[in-house]
Ligand binder design. Structure first.
Ligand code: CA
Length: 218
């Protein structure tokens, strides 16, 4: 269930959005000013931010910037009809989309769905312990730091992750990573496993399974 933070100082509007979105299966929280919004972003996890621009204490732009530097929650701006400049500035400042007040709930819901879908697709991240693997971008982070892997090491890692907690035969791994046309070479495979263990500090996680091959334990 996706969690949405609504930062909106008009209680009636915030409540209406919350009721409508909860009826559509989202979980919502409301922050009534920018400062409360920043507190929520700092302390909790959300999948999406609905952000009004004209807010007391900290305005929507500042909060957008704060979010960009910290939690990076996908954001839809709620803008007043007359303020075209807000939309442009907002999108430039990193918002994913905006809706103009007054809006139809169906339109808002459709935009929320689209942003969540886009975000999910663009960031297919798998997590094992403190290691994050971005399959689309082919990047790996450990404890927030990028780890450089060779293309074969990356392929090997994704194969192990896709089959985590299953022992894989050496021959199977080799064939999937290096291709069936190459002759199976246990030395090449073992060397790559050693490199992965070292680079990710996964000596204990990538197990050698006697007479079979390897297994990633999660
Ligand atoms: Ca407002």
């Amino acid at each position: 269930m996706s969690r949405i933070l609504i930062v909106e100082d008009e209680i009636a509007i915030a409540d209406l959005i919350r009721i409508e979105l909860e009826a559509r299966g989202y979980r919502c929280e409301i922050a009534l000013d920018g400062e409360a919004g920043a507190d929520c972003i700092e302390k909790k996890q959300y999948d999406l931010l609905l952000l009004d621009i004209m807010l007391p204490k900290i305005d929507g732009y500042e909060l957008l910037e704060y979010n960009r530097r910290t939690a990076q929650i996908p954001t839809i701006l709620l803008t007043a009809k007359s303020r075209t400049r807000d939309k442009i500035e907002g999108l430039k400042a990193g918002a994913d989309d905006y809706v103009t007040k007054p809006f139809e709930m169906d339109e808002l819901a459709a935009r929320i769905e689209a942003v969540l879908r886009r975000y999910h697709k663009g960031n297919e991240v798998q997590k094992i312990g403190d290691v994050e693997i971005n399959v689309n971008m082919r990047t790996v982070k450990k404890a927030g730091e990028f780890v450089l892997l060779t293309p074969k090491e990356f392929d090997l890692l994704t194969l192990l992750v896709q089959n985590k907690n299953y022992a894989l035969y050496r021959e199977t791994i080799f064939e999937k990573v290096w291709g069936a046309e190459l002759e199976f070479e246990t030395r090449t495979l073992d060397l790559h496993i050693q490199r992965l263990r070292k680079k990710l500090d996964w000596k204990d996680r990538i197990k050698t399974v006697y007479k079979i091959g390897y297994m990633l334990e999660d």
